[in-house]
Design a protein around this ligand. Sequence first.
Ligand code: NAD
Ligand code: ZN
Length: 254
Amino acid sequence: MFAPDLLDALRNARRVVALTGAGASAESGIPTFREALTGLWARFDPSRLATPAAFLADPALVWGWYRSRRQRVRLAQPNAGHVALAALERRFADFTLITQNVDDLHERAGSRAPVHLHGNILAACCFDCRRPHALADETGPCDDEPVPPPRCGHCGGPVRPDVVWFGEALPAAALAQAFAAAAACDLLFSIGTSGVVYPAAELAPLAARHGATVVHIDPQETGLDDLADFALRGRAGELLPALLAAAWPEQISG
Ligand code: NAD
Ligand code: ZN
């Protein structure tokens, strides 16, 4: 099922990077960015909800949307792809997991320290002074109803999700760690990312320029297929466990 060259590259790799996108959480029931466009929020472009200007224009609309997304993340469970990535990490002394996802499913599957390029949807901070804000227990339906955001206890500013919105800078330390790991690795997995959101989309080309083997996993054709040495068409939750079993079959029989 998998090319022998791919299995050799994986077994012989010393420095491995895995970059995940929204597709890695799709099998956990968290819609990808594209799927969000077909759902209840088809009336709204998420890229126009996920901007500072959108928040300032209608804080309750944006806060309510994020509140529902947080609820969905809390109810979701890691899938077989998350679990396989945590198992892969345990095989390599030098392994960096970089994610564009704002959920905590990698952590809950056992990954030690995923580099979160786009923040954490379960955290909140003040829009004005950026101090962290502890979220009260949230219950209730995931109905996307508008909800006014809480106010900052220090300056009274509106509280926002601690995620990176369109037009905002990525966290500098995470970005530096991601670029250093991609430039130095000898194998990079790109999993469930359409490769259109920058600067994360630069990581796979960077690794390729430095001679790494690039393995892309996605059920659909994406712009990364041409760049990848191995473009595997399928779901992360199926292909990743199968790839591990093929590379290290003794783990299964033993
Ligand atoms: P994207 O929605 O642009 O692309 C997702 C990709 O995943 C698509 O190419 C799709 O074909 C693929 N995919 C769908 N199901 C899959 C599966 N089972 N296995 C493997 N691949 C699958 O997402 P992106 O490239 O991550 O960029 C969109 C932005 O939206 C990012 O900034 C991301 O942070 C954010 N986002 C995050 C979450 C999350 O945290 N779970 C969810 C939605 C969007
Ligand atoms: Zn404040």
